[in-house]
Design a protein around this ligand. Structure first.
Ligand SMILES: *[C@@H]1O[C@H](CO)[C@@H](O)[C@H](O)[C@H]1NC(C)=O
Ligand SMILES: *[C@@H]1O[C@H](CO)[C@@H](O)[C@H](O)[C@H]1NC(C)=O
Ligand SMILES: *[C@@H]1O[C@H](CO)[C@@H](O)[C@H](O)[C@H]1NC(C)=O
Ligand SMILES: *[C@@H]1O[C@H](CO)[C@@H](O)[C@H](O)[C@H]1NC(C)=O
Ligand SMILES: *[C@@H]1O[C@H](CO)[C@@H](O)[C@H](O)[C@H]1NC(C)=O
Length: 393
């Protein structure tokens, strides 16, 4: 128990030195620093003012037999004793303390910890949000504020706080910034905050920004387009209201444009196919809802089947996965997939290609996995194609 007390004091020393290093190496900006020392004062001032220091506070002989008369004294003691030889000595002295002394010491430590408290995530978010709201902020600081938010909204509790703190308004406003990098980060923050989070999904949808995000998906700035599509996907995933909004804003046409046009960025096209698979999956899970005509659009289906002959194996695999979901929709016409989209030929071409890849050592495992998926697709396809036609067994 006594060892625990000593280690608590030592941990304060560690915390304080870490904090000082953190503050002095420039990784913390002045706004965050103001919060770090919660009163906004210099650290020396904070410690000095915490209690009126008594003259004997720093007296070596006095410090261990009656508690510290000031926190400053305790801190000095702790720092002094972080020398290994002195630590040993200190440990012995601490062992001599009575339980009452230890309790008093514990309270002093607690008070010190509170004085030096680290800013909460909510406080850090507030700083970043205030910065975003400041129109005279430099571009560099604006990007930094968004990057901080990107990290901060990862835990679900923080994401849930974002709107309360005025964060959604502030971030959404950045979607109109003249700098593509700012718009990119803003979309990214929104996507991350609402990913798998129905509460934030609803909040963001209520701001009515899907149309704006879909516009950004077609941006010439590749990174902006990618993060915008990420945000769109996060908004509509497992969210029927989001999907309704998405179709109402002609999101399906945006996806179709991107799929049919190989000049678009490959990552964007992968995200696009993945989202289509997701949307088809959602239709399957909500079988009571009318299936959307979008999914039976032949040109759209052909564009997806076309992707199975892409040079990019990842894109091929995502296309296959999307086709697998699409094939299971009631209203999908298998014969159109054969006659108009040549899915049969595409599957056969993939089979040959995968067979070849399986012989290459570095690709073999991946190729095997894709082949399993390809066979599943083939099975579903031919089953659906032959339905109604009696196949002799
Ligand atoms: C913090 O802000 C200052 C200007 O206020 C800037 O010079 C510095 O690069 C920033 N530090 C980081 C890590 O962003
Ligand atoms: C806004 O940012 C500028 C430039 O960094 C700064 O001087 C000013 O104090 C900030 N305003 C507020 C209200 O924080
Ligand atoms: C940001 O500024 C707007 C006015 O420009 C204000 O309505 C809003 O409350 C501010 N948000 C925060 C978090 O300060
Ligand atoms: C393909 O997209 C590019 C822009 O990325 C556009 O300029 C071009 O017109 C598009 N082509 C077709 C056929 O839509
Ligand atoms: C499918 O690919 C063929 C040839 O690569 C191309 O001519 C056709 O326009 C593509 N169809 C769609 C819908 O992307």
């Amino acid at each position: 128990m006594r060892v625990v007390r000593l280690s608590l004091i030592l941990s304060i020393v560690v915390v304080i030195s870490a904090a000082m290093a953190w503050a002095s190496d420039g990784r913390v900006n002045k706004s965050a620093l103001g919060l770090f020392w919660s009163t906004g004062k210099e650290e020396g001032e904070l410690l000095r003012n915490s209690q009126p220091a008594e003259p004997e506070a720093l007296d070596d002989n006095n410090e261990l037999d009656g508690g510290f008369s000031s926190l400053d004294g305790m801190l000095q003691w702790a720092i002094g004793h972080s020398d290994p030889a002195k630590l040993k000595e200190g440990a012995k002295s601490v062992q001599r303390l009575s339980d009452d002394d230890l309790k008093r010491r514990q309270i002093e430590i607690k008070e010190l910890m509170e004085k030096l408290k680290m800013p909460s995530d909510a406080e850090l978010m507030k700083v970043a949000i205030d910065d975003l709201n400041n129109s005279s902020l430099s571009l560099e600081d604006r990007l930094r504020a968004l990057e901080e938010l990107l990290t901060l909204v990862e835990p679900i509790d923080n994401a849930n706080d974002l709107n309360k703190l005025g964060g959604l308004v502030a971030v959404i406003r950045q979607l109109d910034n003249a700098e593509p990098d700012v718009r990119k980060l803003a979309a990214w923050v929104l996507g991350k905050a609402c990913q798998n989070n129905p509460v934030v999904q609803k909040q963001v949808l209520d701001f009515g920004i899907l149309a704006k995000l879909l516009e950004m998906v077609k941006s010439d700035a590749v990174e902006e387009a990618n993060k915008a599509l990420y945000a769109v996907s996060a908004l509509v995933r497992n969210n029927l209201n989001g999907q309704e909004n998405f179709y109402a804003e002609a999101g399906d046409l945006t996806l179709k444009d991107i799929l049919s046009n190989s000049t678009f960025d490959i990552r964007l096209r992968r995200k696009c196919v993945f989202l289509i698979g997701d949307l088809a999956e959602s239709q399957l899970e909500n079988a009571d809802q009318a299936e959307l005509p979008f999914f039976r659009d032949h040109v759209f289906l052909k564009a997806i089947v076309n992707l199975t002959s892409s040079d990019d194996l990842d894109l091929q695999e995502k296309a296959l996965a999307a086709i697998k979901s699409l094939l299971q929709l009631r209203t999908i016409d298998a014969s159109a997939l054969k006659d108009f989209c040549a899915l049969d030929k595409a599957l056969e071409r993939m089979r040959l290609q995968l067979q070849q890849l399986m012989e290459e050592e570095d690709q073999s495992d991946y190729a095997k996995d894709v082949e399993i998926l390809r066979r599943e697709v083939e099975l579903i396809f031919y089953k659906k194609l032959n339905k109604g036609i009696q196949v002799p067994t």
